[in-house]
Design a protein around this ligand. Structure first.
Ligand code: GDP
Ligand code: PGA
Ligand code: MN
Length: 619
């Protein structure tokens, strides 16, 4: 494709000898690439260098192939829209596996299959799976190349869409490869195929994928095999597969935390800086909070990350956080000029790939919530004519924008620091219509971990399956914990036990999605969440009022700044209400949840549950 005449120096014809023409001195990488090429039988192998020119060639090809639609360069420079197969629109949790040697090491939250059996199955599926295609080799690093211990990966994929998206989401290409060679570094081998080989002369389709999908992780050798899907969370393997599932295993072994969290910087009117991280399940508001546009004067928010946070305890026992990603892979619907202008400004700079959004007649994109009023005519994500009376959304509910993080005007300088930032508050949050108050401060660290361990949320379109069911989602990591969930909670407890107890962040539970009796949201959300963050900071400083409830401390009606908002302290009291009836049901659900862990559930957490029950009984 790119090197038919050998013009691109980084590009090499299939070389299974490891000889003079070898594109890398990293022997382990070279032999893995050759092994995969032999198995998957691509027409050619291409080593991705990450250059602008390469990206131009790749996207040109994708446009010619019909996979990408080039958007109007006046309004969306260097930006493209892709439309997936309608059966390939979200993560497939049913088909996601942790294949540890021992079944119990995967725990009850993961699908498991014997690794030998799984390898045999995958060998069969990947055999010849890249016929008629190019096999791209994408060296990448999650986090900083200058980190003390950079975390490398190499994705092999037969999808140019994946290459173009990985280029946005991670640091990829020659610089990374050179560093890997210099250190003779370990890398996570991440193999991806869309599972759609082309016979001689067979025409490709715009979005090749397979009906059969497997997203598989082997914890012991830290490898990833992804088959059959082109969708982000299944195919951009640096993201959920590596930076959460595999990284959570590395973190357990090496004494750090890999979490499903955003990180933001908050500056108070007194010019004091605070760093807050927050774990919410997929499509529950991470990107929106990370890019928050405060509606109260004097408070400034800057972004460090919107999805994944790696944290370790620093020399002074403080918890330091970095964002290992280089891009945003955000839920498009609901992202608009009124709700999230910072995301809109980042998107408007171009260099973005949109997936499953609708197209406007002038070569732009649109999705529900981008503007208050829908355009009179669109082409919907399925390629059909669409008008506002169509009776169905124009964009898929899990449609996405993929945009470089450095296009965010409010990106904090500290994003670029390999040592990260000290976290002073952690929020756990979910999407609950009832029961869970707008904000609750945990009485102490252990109760905060308890809150995280029992976090619950209604399911969303980010994963295949029914939407709106309440499920427990510990630390928003349910689909991403790479090992036994009880051991994961124990890791949190043990790690923090060694930290400086004075410097442990305060933990809060938040719920932007509570409803009132008439069905509306009890809290306006979005930019107004700055008012909750203000209360959080004032609690750290000991200046805000709170009421003690059995579950923790909630704001008094007038301790939340309502300036300029059409809300009263009584409305706040409703939003933070702890209803004993609702909590009776909740405690039953938590009992059931904790029973599922079996023997590995830490005793500390069982004790917290018993105390909580006692407090409700005494109330
Ligand atoms: P992420 O997947 O966790 O990053 O979630 P997003 O920030 O992309 O948000 C997912 C969906 O939740 C979008 O449709 C948002 O419009 C919606 N959302 C985000 N924050 C809020 C909020 O504060 N209140 C309400 N009501 N909806 C929100
Ligand atoms: P998110 O992750 O839904 O948490 O934004 C992307 C994905 O895995 O699809
Ligand atoms: Mn997001």
């Amino acid at each position: 494709v790119l090197d038919e005449n050998g013009e691109n120096a980084a590009s090499q014809p299939l070389d299974t000898t490891g000889g003079a023409a070898a594109p890398t001195t990293h022997q382990a990488l070279l032999s893995w690439v050759n092994e995969v090429a032999e198995l998957t039988q691509p027409d050619r192998v291409y080593w991705v260098n990450g250059s602008v020119e390469e990206n131009r060639l790749l996207t040109d090809e994708l446009v010619d192939a019909g996979t990408l639609v080039r958007l109007n360069p006046e309004t969306f420079p260097n930006s493209f829209a892709a439309f997936s197969d309608p059966k390939d629109v979200a993560r497939v949790e049913e088909q996601t596996f942790i294949c540890s040697e021992k079944r119990e090491d995967a725990g009850f939250t993961n699908n498991w299959m014997d690794p030998g059996e799984m390898r045999a199955k995958l060998d069969g599926l990947f055999a010849g799976s890249m016929r008629g295609r190019t096999m791209y080799v994408v060296p990448f690093v999650m986090g900083h190349l200058a980190a003390e211990d950079p975390k490398f990966g190499v994705e092999i994929t037969d999808s140019a869409y994946v290459v173009a998206s990985m280029r946005i989401m991670a640091n990829i290409g020659t610089d990374v490869l050179r560093k890997m060679e210099e250190l003779d570094a370990f890398f996570v081998p991440a193999l991806h195929s869309v599972g759609f080989p082309l016979a001689e002369g067979e025409d490709d389709v715009p979005w090749p994928c397979s009906d059969e999908k497997w997203i598989v992780h082997f914890p012991e050798d830290r490898s990833i095999w992804s088959y059959g899907s082109g969708y982000g969370g299944n195919a951009l393997l640096g993201k959920k597969c590596y930076a959460l599932r595999i990284a959570s295993i590395m973190a357990r072994d090496e004494g750090w935390l890999a979490e499903h969290m955003l990180i933001l910087k908050l500056t108070s009117p007194e010019q004091k800086d605070y760093y807050v991280s927050a774990a919410f399940p997929s499509a529950c508001g991470k990107t929106n909070l990370a890019l928050l546009d405060p509606t109260i004067d004097g408070w400034k928010v800057e972004t460090l990350g919107d999805d994944i946070t790696w944290m370790r305890f620093g020399k002074e026992g403080e918890l330091r956080a970095v964002n290992p990603e280089a891009g945003l892979f955000g839920v498009a619907p609901g992202t608009g000029w009124s709700t999230n202008p910072n995301a809109m400004r980042a998107i408007a700079k171009g260099n973005s790939i949109f997936t499953n959004v609708a197209l406007t007649d002038d070569g732009g994109v649109w999705w529900e919530g981008m503007t208050d009023e829908a355009p009179a005519h669109l082409t919907d994500w399925l390629g059909q004519e669409w008008t506002p009376d169509a009776g169905h959304p124009a964009a898929h509910p899990n449609s996405r924008f993929c945009t470089p993080i450095d296009q965010i005007d409010m990106l904090a300088d500290e994003y670029h620091s390999p040592n990260g930032v000290p976290v002073s508050a952690i929020l756990f949050g979910g999407r609950r219509k009832t029961t869970v108050p707008l904000v609750t401060e945990a009485r102490d660290w252990a109760s905060g971990i308890f809150m995280g361990s029992t976090l619950s949320s209604e399911t969303t379109a980010a994963a295949a399956g029914q939407v709106g069911l309440v499920r427990r989602d510990p630390m928003a990591m349910l689909p991403f914990i790479g090992y036994d969930a009880g051991d994961y909670l124990r890791h949190w407890i043990e790690l923090s036990g060694k930290a400086n107890q004075e410097k442990l962040p305060k933990i809060f539970l938040v719920n932007w999605f509570r409803r009132t009796a008439d069905g509306g949201f009890a809290w306006p959300g979005f930019g107004d969440n700055a008012r909750v963050l203000k209360w959080v900071i004032e609690r750290l400083e000991g200046t805000a009022d709170a009421v003690e409830t059995p579950i923790g401390f909630v704001p008094t009606g007038d301790s939340i700044d309502l300036t300029g908002l059409d809300m009263t302290p009584a409305d706040v009291e409703q939003a933070v209400r702890v209803d004993p009836q609702e909590w009776a049901t909740e405690l039953d659900a938590i009992d059931e949840w904790y029973e599922r862990f079996g023997a590995t559930l830490p005793q500390e957490l069982k004790d917290r549950l018993a105390e909580l029950k006692d407090r409700f009984a005494a109330a």
